[in-house]
Design a binder for this molecule. Structure first.
Ligand SMILES: *Cc1c(COP(=O)(O)O)cnc(C)c1O
Length: 379
């Protein structure tokens, strides 16, 4: 089955009692048993819920995995992955990460004795230099947020295999429409389904997808033991969002390209970060591992000061000033004060995340209107 078909049909089947074509929202905390231990596969809704099951099966299918696990948020999914580790273990993580991921690593798990090394992985081979006997996991995000760098997943996966390390890839920015990390050798795919998978800015949700049975079992144990599970209504919303991922992503990519080219041609714009440009430093890898370049773009202004950036941020009308990304509506954000405020300024600047950097999540509106909105705001 191809992706567009899987997005609509995988994991779901008509409700056996009524024929309802949409998976019902099983809003229940427990399930009645015929006799002790004699039940229909469901005992208590933290452990299993039929709406969640449908979503988890759909997630597994669309990432070419075998097992999907749903969580109350993307960070709850991240939390479950790090809980596979023990005190003293080390993680090698890419240095240009979602701010909340950086925060949970450094402010929460470091206190439990897990060490994180943040490495520029644009040269994938350099990752090997950071492996120690304590290293257990490599964590990457690609395209990176907000600099839109690309990391070579297959090359990092090779290093992970050589050293018997797990490789987790946060695939939130690309979505399974553009990239399938498990096919490139990753062990765990992480999603904030709050973004492109949900797609309508109406739900917070996270997911993990794996192929390996034993790893799935360990993660399901953590999911149930720690209990960061989503409610059935949220599972329903993500399941509904997934059904249109391919048509939305196609438009996000088209609009993203048009907006990136417009920005590049604007006299007041300095740098435009978008992995679809042929002179993007990792464009060749993007071409190799992705099926398109997406709708996430960052840019800076020639007058590289905060005031000029703030002016643009407050003068768009169709681009709403908000955190998050991946919804049908366009958003504009200021990483230094919003999504990445939890990363110390020196760390941010090292990665090129200047105070004037502006990030766009280009939505699926008519692109002429989006360009005219930006044109007016940039002035
Ligand atoms: C939003 C985001 C997360 C965190 O997900 P939540 O659903 O907000 O907890 C993780 N990674 C990336 C790349 C994100 O954009």
């Amino acid at each position: 089955m191809k992706l567009g078909t899987k997005l609509i049909h995988a994991g779901v089947s008509p409700d056996p009692t009524t024929g309802a074509i949409m998976t019902p929202i099983y809003q229940t905390s427990t399930f009645v048993q015929n006799a002790p231990g004699d039940h229909k596969g469901y005992e208590y809704a933290r452990t299993q819920n039929p709406t969640r099951d449908a979503l988890q099966n759909a997630l597994a299918a669309i990432e070419n995995g075998k097992h999907g696990l749903s969580f109350g948020s993307g960070l709850a999914a991240t939390d479950a992955v790090i809980k596979l580790l023990n005190p003293g273990d080390e993680v090698i993580a890419s240095n240009d990460l979602y701010g909340g991921t950086y925060r949970i690593f450094t402010k929460v798990f470091q206190r439990y004795g897990i060490q994180f090394r943040f490495v520029d992985m644009q040269n994938a081979a350099s990752v090997a230099d950071h492996v120690t006997p304590q290293t257990k996991l490599i964590w990457i995000e690609t395209p990176t947020n907000p600099m839109l760098n690309i990391i070579d997943i297959a090359a990092v996966a090779k290093i992970a295999k050589q050293h018997q390390l797990l490789l987790a890839v946060d695939n939130t920015f690309a979505s399974p429409y553009l990239q399938n990390p498990l096919d490139l050798g990753a062990d765990i795919v992480v999603h904030s389904a709050t973004k492109y998978l949900g797609g309508h800015s109406d739900v917070v949700h996270g997911a993990l997808i794996v192929k390996d049975d034993a790893l799935a079992q360990q993660l399901a144990f953590i999911q149930n033991s720690c209990g960061a599970v989503p409610g059935p209504q949220d599972c329903f919303l993500v399941l509904r969002g997934i059904k249109t991922l391919h048509v939305r992503m196609q438009r996000h990519c088209e609009n993203g390209e048009a907006v990136a080219k417009f920005l590049r041609s604007h006299s007041k714009v300095d740098k435009v970060y978008w992995c679809g440009f042929e002179d993007h430093p990792n464009h060749a890898i993007a071409r190799e591992q992705m099926r398109g370049f997406g709708g996430m773009i960052s840019f800076t202004l020639k007058s590289d000061d905060l005031a000029a950036a703030k002016k643009v941020l407050s003068q768009t009308h169709l681009f709403s000033l908000a955190e998050s990304l991946g919804g049908v509506e366009s958003l504009i954000g200021h990483p230094a004060s919003m999504t990445h405020a939890s990363i110390p300024r020196e760390e941010r600047l090292k990665n090129g995340l200047t105070d004037s950097l502006i990030r766009l999540s280009v939505g699926i509106e008519d692109v002429d209107d989006l360009i005219s909105d930006l044109n007016t705001a940039i002035g």
